[in-house]
Write a protein that binds this ligand. Structure first.
Ligand code: KG4
Ligand code: ZN
Length: 359
């Protein structure tokens, strides 16, 4: 690093956030914007087709505004990047085609970024305080769409230690919040309600707790909550009952996460840090519990600020810079990722250590 002679422009559009960021070749954030699509709330979840159209409508002006914030024009941009998977295929096509088109027209390199890899590498952003964590480190990625535990061994070198066998953690928060009559997304509302409740009031199952491995399971938990509130029928839940359920559920998820993080450490005892990312990482109880696990094993605990934990384009730009740098170190130029097609599924384990994209 640096291996490009000007700023890099990155696009994120894999779910319901349209984002654009411009990074210096060293990874400093020159400008960043995120437009969260609010229209899905009334529909109770993200509608892929609506999301894709909204990305298309938003991207041109979002990019112009981001360039203006940075005091730059497209003439200054030396490379382009976009989340190319995994995610909702419509949004991925919109964002990556948009970035590829400009890159081709301006004869600049395009870097196809794996969205999960971008979350995984955020902990190494120069803008974060403290030293860059060395490989390997442990990543707990907990969002509405993802729930996995990964050993980050190097650029393009990831070992999946476990993942959810049913719902993602954020999805579980959203579903339980819905049962409690809270809005969408449910995580923040549930956390707020939980502050008024007793976390020991309701006995809930803790799926997979105490078992070996780092897999997660949350659907039984949601069913247990549904059974607990069934006697109230159509009537509104008394506030204290709802608060007790929220607090008990949150404690339960924190117990499960801490248990899985312990097992991840056992699997990778040479890890240098425990990193948590994704929207659910905003949860204070969860952060506190994971921090305690890290402390017990003398691991650094890294929880990037929320705007970098949730979907954003800074992480996409940073992953692209790390990829360019690793390719350079491996003896390859900034290979052209234009032929890389958007992929709704793109497991981290299919990533390759740096090399030419085309033979
Ligand atoms: O990473 P994110 O913004 O979007 C993706 O899913 O990619 O994560 C959103 C998820 C939602 O399920 C939301 O309910 C959850 O993160 N979330 C939380 C909290 N804030 C957001 N879950 C628990 N506690 C929170 N404070
Ligand atoms: Zn994400």
């Amino acid at each position: 690093m640096p291996v490009i002679n000007g700023p890099l422009l990155a696009i994120e559009s894999s779910c319901d956030d349209t984002a654009c960021a411009i990074l210096s070749p060293e990874g400093d954030i020159l400008a960043e914007r995120v437009l969260s699509q609010t229209g899905h709330a009334a529909l109770g979840g993200v509608v892929p087709e609506i999301a894709a159209r909204a990305h298309l409508a938003a991207l041109p002006s979002l990019m112009d505004d981001t360039l203006t914030d940075a005091g730059l024009t497209l003439d200054d941009i030396a490379a382009y990047a976009a989340s190319t998977g995994p995610g909702l295929i419509g949004g991925l096509i919109v964002g990556s085609t948009f970035a590829k088109g400009i890159a081709i027209a301006r004869d600049k390199p395009f870097i196809a970024v794996n969205h999960i890899e971008a979350h995984a590498l955020t902990a190494r952003l120069p803008a974060l305080s403290g030293e860059t964590p060395a490989f390997p480190y442990l990543l707990l990625l907990v969002s509405g769409g993802h729930c996995q535990c990964v050993a980050v061994r190097g650029i393009g070198h990831y070992e999946k230690l476990g993942g959810t066998i049913d719902d993602a953690a954020g999805e579980a928060f959203d579903k339980v919040a819905k049962l409690l009559g809270l809005g969408w997304p449910g995580g923040p509302a549930l956390e707020k309600l939980a502050r008024k409740g007793n976390p020991s009031a309701v006995t809930l199952p803790r799926p997979l707790l105490g078992r070996p491995g780092c897999d997660f399971s949350f659907s039984g938990l949601k069913t247990a909550v549904a059974r607990h509130i069934a006697p109230y029928g159509q009537a509104a839940l008394p506030l204290q009952v709802a608060a007790d359920i929220a607090a008990s559920f949150q404690r339960c998820v924190a117990d499960i996460m801490a248990d899985r993080a312990e097992n991840a450490y056992t699997a990778i005892p040479d890890a240098t840090a425990l990193v948590v990312a994704g929207g659910v990482a905003a949860n204070t109880e969860l952060r506190t519990r994971l921090e305690a696990v890290a402390e017990r094993h003398a691991l650094r605990f890294i929880a990037p600020p929320l705007r970098l934990c949730t979907d954003n384009a800074v992480m996409v730009g940073w992953a692209a810079l790390e990829t360019l740098s690793a390719r350079h170190d491996a003896g390859y130029g900034p290979s052209d990722d234009v032929p890389v097609a958007p992929r709704p599924r793109w497991p981290l384990t299919e990533m390759q250590p740096p090399g030419p994209v085309q033979p």
